[in-house]
Structure formats: structure tokens, C-alpha cells
Design a protein around this ligand. Sequence first.
Ligand SMILES: [Zn+2]
Ligand SMILES: [Zn+2]
Length: 315
Amino acid sequence: MLDRFFNIIAGDLDQWLILPVLYHFGWMEWEELSFDWALVCVYGMFAVILTYAVCWPLEYFRPVEHWPNKKAVAVDMLYTIVSRVGVLPVVSFLLFYQVQVWFTGMLVDNGFIPPTLETVFPFLFGHPLLTFFVYALILDFADYWRHRLSHGFRSWYALHALHHAQRQMSFWSDDRNHLLDDLISFLWFGVIGLAIGIPPLQFPLLILLLRFMESLSHANVRLSFGRIGERLLVSPRFHRLHHGLRAAGRVSCNYGAVFPYWDMIFRTADFSALYLPTGDARAPEAMATGSYLAQQWSGLKHFRSALKPRRHGPA
Ligand SMILES: [Zn+2]
Ligand SMILES: [Zn+2]
């Protein structure tokens, strides 16, 4: 039912906004995809509304910190809108779709039928929920290593420091990333998506759920899922330790985005019941409290200086 509702809104958005723009500029070749773009935007909008509806009351009634002014949060809201509803999902969907069409075409031309998860694991046939769970596990595993490596390299962390610089961490902070870091993530997941054959719009609702969990884990809320729950899903308490001032930098804990299993397996999990202040004391101030553009620019400068060989003191 919800699917139908989304389809109707996407249809309207397509008809009244996207198609007229395409016609105006003579970009008719995209016409076939325009409904899918609209759907991506509608799902993104719904995700933001759902996240707000759940997380705002939580932050209001059980906050970890009280802030006299929330200027730094406003910039994070912009990040969320840009990366969930606006430009980024449309561009990345478009790119992924194009590359996937080209890639599958190339495989088929060479007499090779691209495998899907179901052809590799036939027991998944007819079990869409289980299939989704396996996809989610694979993507989350990949994300664990992307995130862990982004802390491991000095230059990569210079970009990721933008995510950590926020001292007023809230449910809006999940998408607070440097655009170059977003590009790396896109390539990382693009390659994995091609390898395991993710159909771009197969699981939008479930993907929403995963994104929702990621936003929730950043919320400024005193919330733990209990002894067992904490070991099943990443909670705000778990992810907050990753953002703790104490942990900021190259070696951290709790890298997992949705499932804590990888942290448990690779011994990076920390389940202590602490709610520490967040931020990265070494990140430039512009990264923490600057405007969107100031943060991006500062990230770029930080990245460039991290690329230079480190100067050692006198021997
Ligand atoms: Zn991190
Ligand atoms: Zn985070």
C-alpha cells in the first residue's frame, strides 16, 4: 500500500517537475528514467520525514547534551537534504544504472550471464526478505571495512575528519561527509553492487530502514538496546563511542554502521555504557562550525596537507 502511495507522489513529481525540465532542455533521452529519479527523491523525502518523526522526540525527551544554540546542527540538515533527497541520490542512481547497463551488456556480449545472489545461493529463491538480509549483511560488511580503512590512512582520515568534527552530533549528522569521501563510498559500493548484482530499485523500503538505523545511531539521545539488542543492531550508544572525543583519530572503535557483528568479529567493539562528548579536537574549526562550503573547502585543504610527506623533528 505504501508502495502505491509513493508511486502516486513520484508520478506527480515526474509529470509536473522532472518531465517539463527535461523537455525544456531537450534531454528526451532521459525520459525513460525520469520516473525512477522521482521515486528516488520521494523515498529520500520519506526517509527524512520518518527519521525526524522518530528521532526528534527521542532527542527532546532523552538528550545526552543540551545546546544553547544549534547553529552547527543546521548545516547537518543541509547535508541530509542534499544526500538523501537532492542531487546526490539522483546522480549516483543515474551513474550506477548507466554503468550497470554497460557492464551487464558487456558480460552478455561475451557469452557470460551475470550472476545474482540467488543464482549463487539457490536457497534464497522465493525468499525476498532473506535475500535482502544477505544483501544488507554484505553491504554492511563492506561498509565496516570502508569506514575502518578511512581511519587507517592519514589522507583518507583528513576527509573523514569532517564527519567527526561535529561536536553537536544529532540524527542529522549521518550524512555529514566530504564530497570526495562520498565519491569514494559511491565507487566502493558501486563495484560491490556490480559484483553481487544489486538491482537499483529492488529494495527501496528496506534500504530506507537501514538508512534510518544509521541516522538513529547518530541521535543525541541516551539510548541503548540492552545487553542482547546492543549485539544485534548498532545503537546510538554504540555509535556515539565511535564519535567520542577520546576516540577521534586514526584508531577508534565501533566502526559498524547497522550491525555490530564485524566489530565483534574483528575485535573493535566497545560496549561500555558511556555517553562521551563528541568531536575531533585536531580537526580545523571551520570543519566543525563553518558553513557547508567552508567545511568542504577546509576538508580539501586538510586532505592536501595530509598528502604531503610528514616533517620529522630533528633527529
Ligand atoms: Zn569514523
Ligand atoms: Zn558517524
